[in-house]
Each structure stands twice: as C-alpha cells, then as structure tokens.
Design a protein around this ligand. Sequence first.
Ligand code: TRP
Ligand code: SF4
Length: 327
Amino acid sequence: MRILSGTRSTGLLHLGHLINLENWKNLQDKGNECYYFVADWHALTSHIDQTKNYRKWTIEIIKSYLAVGLNPEQSCLFVQSAIKEHAELTLLFSMLSPVPRLERVPTYKDQKENIKDKDLSSAGFLIYPVLMSADILMYKPGGVPVGEDQIYHVELAREIARKFNNTFSQVFPEPEPLLSRMPKLPGTDGRKMSKSYDNFILIDTNEKELWKSLAPMKTDPARKRRTDAGDPEKCPVWDYHKAFTNDQEELDWVINGCKTAEIGCIDCKKCLFKNLKDRLEPIWEKIHYYDKHESELMDIIYSGNKRAKDFASKTMDEVRDAISIRW
Ligand code: TRP
Ligand code: SF4
C-alpha cells in the first residue's frame, strides 16, 4: 500500500511526535511505499511571523525522521513547498470546496472559537484542509496515518476525491485514515501538550535535560507523602510508561507499587528515565551523525524532493487532462 503523512514545520519535534514517527517507521518496515514530508506551507496558518525559522526547523524535522529509522531508500522524505504542484492542486480543489462545508470542519470551528491570540481570518486558514487534501491526493495513497484531530481532514480529502472523480473523470482513489492505537501523550504537567505551557520533552535532548524534565513531573496528587497510595490512571508519568516502557514486568511493578505505596514516585520516574534513555540514545546518536554530515542530509532532502516532484507531475498531468485545461 502507498502511505503518506506529514508534520508541520512549527518547531522542533517532541515525544508526542516520536510516537507518530515510530508508527510511520512500522508502516515503512512492513514494506509499504511511504511518502513522508514536512508541511511548511501549513505552518504559515499559525506561525506566519516565524518564517525565518522554517528552513532550520524543516531540516531538523527531517533529521528526526532519519534518526528514528525512516530509511530514505524506502521512504520518500520531502518538503511540501519544494513541490509547487501542491499549490496548483489546492487551487483546483478549492473550486470543488463549498465555503460552508469548510466552515463546518470541526478543527476550523474549534480553533476559531478557542484561539484568540492569533488572527485566523485568512482565506488560507479556511482552506488549510484543502491544501492538506492536495498533499494527500497528489500521491494517491491507500492510507494516511494521522492523529485523531486530523481525521476530519482526511474525510474532506475523500469527499474532494469523490467530487473530482464525478465532475471530471476517475483520477483519485479515496484514502483511508490510519489511526495509531496510542492515545495522545499529555504534557509533563498532565495538561494538553503545548508550546505555550512549556510542558513537552524534545526528541533532541540529552540525558541531563531528560532527567530535568522528568524529575518535576506532576504525579497523582493523592500521593502527598511517600506512604500514600496512588492510582496510575491519575498520573501523567503512567501515560509515559505506557508509551515508553515495553517490559510488562516493569509495568506491573509500577501499577502494584503505586497502588500499595511500595514504590515512590522517584523510583517510578527513574524507571521511566532508564527506558526513555534507552529508546532515545540511538536516536540522539543518529541526530549527531547528521549534525556532522549536513551535506549528506541535504542530498537526502533534495533527492526526496525530486522523487516526490516526479510523482506529483504525473498526477498533475492526469488532472489537467481530466479537467481539459492544458497548455
Ligand atoms: N495537518 C497536519 C498536522 O497538523 C499536517 C499535514 C499537512 C498532513 N498535510 C498533511 C498530515 C497530509 C497528513 C497528510 O499534523
Ligand atoms: Fe505516578 Fe508512578 Fe507516582 Fe504512581 S508511583 S503516582 S504512577 S509517578
């Protein structure tokens, strides 16, 4: 199956992203034909005042893709803005997208209602999911691994595919959203992970910083004293264990130890620290490798862009033929 997914270039990647990237890697290792990109045009809708950082962030994000084990021989790694065809397809798709339909997209409504410190009145923000539909349909994927909040956008892509096929001719298969089984990782304080709360852990960190992030993590408030029993379900440290502790015995040790107060929260965090460190160390090593081999990294990005561009120009040829606008 062909797979496509992307990340916005709005900063460096954190442990929430790591879970997604590992899911992408699994899809790659199962032999799927994968296209993974950095959505820098999508970053404009929320970070238009930080465009000077996009190039740096994009490079760091692709470095993380490589560091978690995405293999550029198998997975095409590319940058959205390098493939101008995405913009052309977005324009054409916008003609098939009724404004009231776009205004009903739940993420759009939500952000319009809740985000007050940013100007979300642009046409670009309204057509965010149209651009995303173009990103997706361009590569005719069978599956699109996304988080729950992005499901509505894949649904819109399916609708646009249907409408295009009915209006012109059959060009686009309808892609399936692939939800990862891992629930969203909370921030280190138990709230939603967010830049503005400063409660996330970057993938590109080190041992010392990692412990500095884990040590003050919020725990079940019932465990005021070491002898007070707790409930892992009320503790963000447990969410991290579920994501990063593989050993069932250790998981049982946490659950039982917490509920009986046989272990302290520091013991619990030390165990998490060890597991996270083991998971991250090989990733750090590869990040450092590409820090030192920047031209190799740039070659990977440019050849990914070229491969994506070849695919995209074929799709656009079909699209232009289907619409009969071709010069
Ligand atoms: N909107 C996605 C996000 O915020 C990023 C994205 C852009 C994307 N285009 C995509 C994801 C296409 C999957 C497929 O996470
Ligand atoms: Fe959380 Fe672990 Fe402390 Fe229980 S023992 S409250 S799971 S940190």
